[in-house]
Design a protein around this ligand. Structure first.
Ligand SMILES: Cc1cc2nc3c(=O)[nH]c(=O)nc-3n(C[C@H](O)[C@H](O)[C@H](O)COP(=O)(O)OP(=O)(O)OC[C@H]3O[C@@H](n4cnc5c(N)ncnc54)[C@H](O)[C@@H]3O)c2cc1C
Length: 389
């Protein structure tokens, strides 16, 4: 049977386009790449932020950089000086436009929009058959980056649900040189809920309400809190919402994140693209895209995301378990992290580049009694005690 493509990427979002970009620039031995994307047109639908550590291929696309951040709870106000590794913002609209322009100028990669992939690819001799809204498509390799169809309680240890709005205020109420990474309020019942504020100008900011919870939350569930957060940040002045974005990201996917079938890999959020403890995925996706492009250029099979080092997996899991079991501790844990760990070490830890010493600093910065409680709760004897009442 004739095969239509060497590699077919299901979904042309962050992961699909990041890989397409690398292969469009240098295809090597993989000369027929197809990206199947459901949407008709790309819009600025999300804002990617991450810490800048080294010169980066997207430097020219960065719209804002902050050298000062703040993490606040009712008990503590922590100023974070990140001049060495500024926190920077890339608008997805700029990224999509840039990748589309690169793809338009070459032959190896074809981006097909308005094509919805239906169901799961089916194994055929020499590859896979993919059923789409535009008919059947055959390919030697599949890279599936489609997001979770219906995020559910139990599929991840916690879900990060958020609703963000870019507001234009009639008065100058924001300080554009400092972003609020996390501002915790009192919540009843106790929840890990906070506001994230990226000031873009004195009268413009992206204000986001975020919740870490075992249950994924629809943006509408966050609407009332968001309205309150925006009103408070605009200090009662009239404002206009110019754009909104929302997401539900897995924090600690349960079960095997990757399907290991010959010539079929899962990548992006469902392939382990998101760091469990933070939900941040943009930089991890870039690292994966580089690795996967190297394999494909050499004529090898595609690869999925590399597993995190065991110690990182263990630390992230324990951290999430603590947030799950004792959400009231969330504000004190995050403020302790930012107050007690030197910023370069914390940034390396959050950006998957931690040394052993960085990890040790993170561990010693946190109130150990909470973590010991959680470790004790893991012991079989704790379950037995619970069972006995
Ligand atoms: C609003 C928002 C803000 C975020 N902010 C940050 C941040 O600041 N920093 C950070 O590191 N991470 C952030 N993330 C997390 C992560 O970086 C993004 O979710 C990222 O887009 C994940 O990439 P992906 O390729 O896995 O998924 P997506 O980018 O969502 O791509 C999946 C693609 O698949 C397409 N698709 C879906 N179903 C089908 C189908 N059946 N057929 C064909 N195509 C299909 C979709 O249209 C989409 O284009 C954010 C996420 C969101 C939603």
């Amino acid at each position: 049977m004739a095969i239509d493509a060497d590699v077919t990427v299901l979904g042309g979002g962050c992961a699909g386009l990041s890989l397409a970009l690398r292969l469009a620039e240098r295809p090597g031995r993989t000369r027929r790449v197809v990206v199947l994307e459901a949407r008709d047109a790309y819009q600025h639908d999300r804002t990617w932020c991450f810490w800048r550590q080294t010169p980066d291929r997207f430097d020219a696309l960065i719209r804002h950089r902050w050298e000062h951040l703040r993490v606040r709870s009712p008990e503590r106000d922590v100023e974070v000086d990140c001049r060495l590794t500024p926190y920077q913002m890339l608008e997805s609209g700029d990224f999509y436009a840039y990748v589309q322009a690169v793809i338009a100028g070459q032959q190896a990669v074809r981006l097909e929009t308005s094509v919805t992939v239906r169901g799961e690819p089916v194994r055929i001799p020499g590859g896979w058959r993919v059923e789409t809204s535009a008919g059947d498509h055959t390919t030697a390799h599949v890279i599936d980056t489609r997001p979770p169809r219906s995020p559910g309680r139990g599929d991840a240890l916690l879900w990060q649900s958020f609703l963000g709005e870019e507001v234009l205020c009639e008065q100058p109420v924001f300080a554009p040189d400092r972003a609020d990474l996390m501002e915790f309020d009192e919540t009843t019942p106790p929840e890990v809920a906070f506001t994230y504020v990226l000031p873009l100008a004195v009268d413009r900011a992206l204000i986001e309400t975020t919740l870490f919870h075992p249950q994924p939350h629809h943006p509408e569930d966050l609407r009332a809190r968001q309205r309150q957060a925006v009103a408070q940040r605009c200090r009662g002045a009239p404002y206009r919402i110019v754009r909104s974005e929302s997401g539900i990201l897995p924090m600690g996917l349960r079960g095997a994140p990757t399907k290991t079938r010959a010539g079929y890999v899962v990548a992006g959020l469902m392939g382990g693209g998101a760091r469990p403890a933070t939900g941040y995925a943009f930089q991890r996706i870039q690292v994966w895209a580089e690795r996967c492009a190297v394999a494909l250029r050499a004529g090898r099979a595609p690869v999925t995301h590399a597993a995190d080092p065991r110690l990182t997996q263990w630390m992230d899991r324990l951290f999430l378990e603590v947030l799950h079991a004792e959400p009231a501790c969330g504000p004190s844990l995050f403020t302790a992290l930012f107050a007690n760990v030197p910023t370069p070490r914390l940034v390396r830890f959050l950006s998957d580049q931690a040394t052993l010493l960085d990890r040790a600093c993170v561990v010693t910065a946190l109130p150990y009694s909470i973590f010991l409680r959680q470790l004790f709760a893991r012991l079989p004897v704790s379950g037995l005690r619970r069972d006995l009442g």
